[in-house]
Design a protein around this ligand. Structure first.
Ligand code: ATP
Ligand code: MG
Length: 564
């Protein structure tokens, strides 16, 4: 029983690469990179980019670098670097030691900037931030040249060196490219290349007080690493002419080629780092790896298998236009993976005591149960049966509606893999009126057999022997946001948070085989869904489970490709 994963279909990026190879570009090399800024944990959107960049490298026998794009001292940290490394590894990708930091290029980037100044292609500008904005013009009006635009090369070299030496306060000057203030593309109107910004950098400390802007650092980092295809998201489309301009001024050799694709958006989810940071910092979730977070760390802790995330990325493919992917597709991929791989187990989330009056006190029987109904190679385990059981509270109904097939006054039900039991009486809490105990009798002839008279028992429920079961906590998750497109709503995204996104059930019981369940292990709890042992809060003898996904699949219905 081998699962067939989707092979990413060809797409416009792979077609570009095919053409470049046909044209003999880059000596037949294909070199990509994944360039995260270490200012947050990576999320499912990054996973799409990771699958694309590493996938292309693997497909073409090329390389994919992991490059930390760490050119902004604020908000970057080693914790983020480590989390990114750990999570890309967990997703199943290996950069084979090709790990780089843009901050390692600071000196070379500085020298490139000097080279631009010497060529008369960059100048130090002393307009304030507000003035710079005014001078830039609008979509309909051209910009105005800065009064500092005609500084001499020597003056520029001197000022730039003194910017580096820390002689000026933050914001006093910037280095700008001298391109075209009348360009219809605003990005090309003398863009800022360097700014003065103090604040220790997590790797270079106080060595630098000037930092290169993304547009300057990124293309040159690509070039320094010999990247052939620099894949980024659509919002950089307008920056491509600048990417090319900078490299054309400074490089003799063939330059990397920037290609943009549509970023991933998922319904009921926000994938903006700014928002994710706020969710964490304001305590709306419990950290970056909160199982409700769309981060790789969150999905991993929740119990999403890496294979499912990769399959999802393969299925959504690569497009040139922004779209919103239904989160149900991601959940579908998770469910498909777990349906095949997760061993079955029994848990009772909201227990109700059932006493089998005619079952001998102290007697224990064991029932052999398969770990997977379709896969005998996964083996079996024993489930003990005794006089006092627990069943799900909602598998008993005092006043059942018409179609109810489970336990109720005057009715019988089959205990899965065991006996048929019949209702006798119930005990209620005197104060609350809540049913606290149900008494039944069992028919010893029905052990995995129909009743002697052959009549059909309609309902089947799961159960655990009370004294053999293990207490557990189970956390049920719902979507973090209540609206399909929270990112598209106004700024106050917290208004759309789902107050019921977490329900912690603290008095569950699970079968004794799960007593020492290992963090990260995943199970299908029969009739309930898929669950994963929590990696933070679970303890031997007191397991904590996260619900990964429910059993029911809404995707097949939506997509109209139901198999049943
Ligand atoms: P944000 O805009 O949320 O702050 P970012 O794009 O700035 O995220 P980076 O760390 O710079 O985050 O991203 C690293 C790489 O991942 C970039 O190449 C970026 O294009 C890509 N990426 C980020 N978000 C998505 C997404 N939603 N879908 C696909 N690729 C993405
Ligand atoms: Mg970015």
């Amino acid at each position: 029983m081998m699962r067939a994963y989707t092979v990413p279909p060809t797409d416009f990026i792979r077609e570009i690469i095919d053409d470049d190879l046909k044209d003999g570009k880059n000596d037949g090399r294909v070199a990509t990179r994944f360039p995260p800024e270490p200012n947050g944990y990576i999320h499912i959107g990054h996973a799409k980019s990771i699958c694309l960049n590493f996938g292309i490298a693997a497909q073409y026998g090329g390389t994919c670098n992991l490059r930390f794009d760490d050119t902004d001292p604020s908000g970057e940290s080693l914790e983020y670097v480590e989390s990114i490394i750990d999570n890309i590894n967990w997703l199943g990708f290996d950069w084979k030691g090709r790990q780089y930091f843009a901050s390692d290029y600071f000196e070379r980037l500085y020298q490139f900037a000097v080279q631009l100044i010497e060529a008369g292609k960059a100048y130090v500008c002393s307009l304030s931030a507000d003035e710079t904005r005014e001078y830039r013009g609008t979509f309909t009006e051209p910009g105005t040249k800065s009064p500092y635009r005609d500084r001499t090369i020597d003056e520029n070299l001197d000022l730039f060196a003194r910017m580096r030496a820390g002689e000026f306060p933050d914001g006093a000057h910037v280095l700008r490219a001298k391109i075209d203030m009348a360009s219809p593309n605003i990005v090309m109107r003398d863009p800022v290349l360097y700014r003065i910004k103090r604040g220790p950098h997590y790797r270079t400390g106080d060595t630098w007080v000037i930092y290169p802007m993304y547009d300057f650092a990124h293309c040159l980092s690509d070039a320094l690493e010999g990247i052939t295809h620099s894949i980024c998201t659509l919002e950089f489309e307008n920056n491509r002419p600048l990417y090319d301009w900078i490299l054309d001024q400074l490089l003799e050799s063939e330059r990397p080629r920037q290609i943009e694709f549509a970023r991933l958006n998922i319904s009921y989810t926000v994938l903006s780092k700014r928002v994710l940071i706020e969710l964490v910092e304001k305590g709306h979730v419990k950290g970056w790896d909160d199982p409700r977070m769309p981060t790789v760390a969150g999905m991993r802790r929740r119990g999403y298998p890496p294979e499912a995330i990769r399959e999802f990325c393969a299925q959504i493919g690569i497009a040139k236009n922004d779209n919103l992917i239904d989160v149900a597709l991601l959940e579908h991929c998770v469910r498909e993976e777990l349906n095949e791989k997760a061993p079955r187990a029994v848990a009772v989330l909201r227990p109700l005591r059932v006493i089998i009056d005619n079952y001998p006190d102290g007697q224990v029987e064991e029932f052999e149960c398969p770990y997977h109904p379709q896969n005998p190679t996964m083996g079996t385990r024993m489930l003990p049966f005794s006089r006092i059981l627990c069943i799900e509270r909602d598998d008993f109904n005092e006043d059942p509606p018409g179609k109810y097939k489970r336990l109720a006054p005057g009715r019988e039900v089959r205990l899965r893999n065991a006996y048929v039991i019949k209702y006798e009486s119930m005990v209620k809490d005197e104060k609350t009126g809540e049913v606290v105990e149900v008494h039944c009798t069992y028919d010893p002839e029905t052990r995995n057999a129909p009743p002697a008279d052959g009549h059909k028992v309609k309902g089947v429920i799961h159960w655990l022997s009370a004294k053999h079961s293990v207490p557990a906590e189970v956390r049920l998750y719902d979507r973090l946001f209540q609206v399909p497109n929270p990112a598209g709503e106004d700024e106050a995204f917290t208004r759309y948070l789902n107050p019921e996104s977490l329900e912690a059930l603290t008095s569950c019981c699970v079968e004794s085989n799960l007593k020492d369940a290992v963090p990260g292990d995943r199970y299908q709890f029969e009739r309930l869904g898929y669950f994963c042992v929590d990696s933070r809060d679970s303890a031997p003898g007191r397991p904590v489970f996260n619900r990964v996904v429910a059993l029911r699949d809404t995707w097949e219905k939506i997509a109209g490709q139901g198999k049943k």
